[in-house]
Design a protein around this ligand. Structure first.
Ligand SMILES: Cc1cc2nc3c(=O)[nH]c(=O)nc-3n(C[C@H](O)[C@H](O)[C@H](O)COP(=O)(O)OP(=O)(O)OC[C@H]3O[C@@H](n4cnc5c(N)ncnc54)[C@H](O)[C@@H]3O)c2cc1C
Ligand code: FES
Length: 261
């Protein structure tokens, strides 16, 4: 993990909703593992001391990129930054996904919205190609479909309004697929917490392993402030663990959903 001031290589609109930010970070890029994130401080925002967490999407040579949506003050300011300007980043952070071994489990990835960004490196580095279930409310929420196909993955799209792919929730084709077979399969998911909870329940019902990347609000990003804690099972009931350091990726069986917010 490094704290560095890095330069923006490019920062362009990628889809109707998302921007793609590429950062020159030769020391950070080689360290990145799938599912890790960068904690970004937007230097022109004098009032914003707090950093914003974003999954590391791609790594290419000396650069890494993030895919982000403008949802508030920080991301809106970020969207107006230009190549050559600087950001402060702490990265790579967090405990990421375990990459399947050659000849090991077949991965089934489940993503909602920017969850796809967190899973690209996993898909790229996994020697086992599998299936990607991507869902969103509308077609504009569907990200990176072509990029995952270009890696040789079978991509199944669902939208709640039916404007792209199958109409419904992302978990419906997942359930259909698991009814076909569970043998040698493992789930990896990133998206909104209700989707993750549903994937965790499905994993339990079908008795397949699952890793979930939890989405919690963060402040420090390095394990100090305890803003990001979630309840996980422990020998005598449950205890809190930090999403920024013990996570964001947890084994689904660890999470104590019954006490989660
Ligand atoms: C581990 C991790 C990885 C993430 N990866 C990405 C990514 O790849 N791409 C991306 O676009 N976003 C990602 N996010 C969410 C991103 O951090 C927030 O959208 C961002 O912090 C919002 O900052 P802001 O100043 O623009 O919004 P604010 O003005 O702080 O808030 C605006 C709105 O965004 C909501 N928001 C803030 N933080 C989160 C959060 N963690 N999850 C959901 N909603 C939030 C607030 O509740 C509020 O409604 C990730 C979050 C985490 C914890
Ligand atoms: S964000 Fe501060 S402990 Fe996780």
């Amino acid at each position: 993990m490094l704290e560095q001031t890095v330069q923006i290589v490019s920062n362009e609109r990628d889809t109707d909703l998302y921007f793609r930010l590429v950062l020159q970070a030769p020391q950070i890029a080689p360290l990145v593992q799938p599912g890790q994130f960068a904690h970004v401080r937007i230097l022109p925002m004098k009032e914003a001391l707090l950093r914003r967490p974003f999954s590391i999407f791609q790594v290419e040579g000396d650069t890494f990129s993030i895919l982000y949506k403008s949802v508030g003050k920080g991301s809106d300011r970020l969207a107006r930054m230009k190549p050559g300007e600087e950001l402060s980043v702490i990265a790579p952070l967090g405990h990421g996904f375990s990459v399947p071994k050659d000849g090991g489990e077949t991965p089934l990835l489940v993503a909602g919205g920017y969850g796809m960004a967190a899973m690209y490196l996993l898909a790229q580095r996994s020697p086992q190609k599998g299936l990607v279930f991507v869902g969103g409310r509308r077609r504009v929420d569907i990200l990176c479909e072509d990029e995952f196909r270009a890696l040789g993955w079978d991509v199944r799209v669902t939208t709640e309004d039916g404007s792209r792919g199958e109409k419904g929730l992302v978990i419906h084709p997942l359930i259909t697929e698991l009814r076909r077979s569970t043998v040698g399969r493992k789930l990896f998911a990133c998206g909104p917490n209700p989707m993750l909870k549903a994937v965790g329940t499905i994993a339990e019902e079908f008795n397949v392993p699952a890793e979930l990347s939890m989405d919690e609000h963060m402040c420090c990003g390095v394990g100090v402030c305890l803003t990001c804690v979630i309840p996980v099972k422990a020998a005598d009931g449950w205890e809190y663990q930090r999403t920024c350091t013990e996570g964001p990726v947890f084994d689904a069986r660890q999470i104590a959903w019954e006490v989660a917010k």
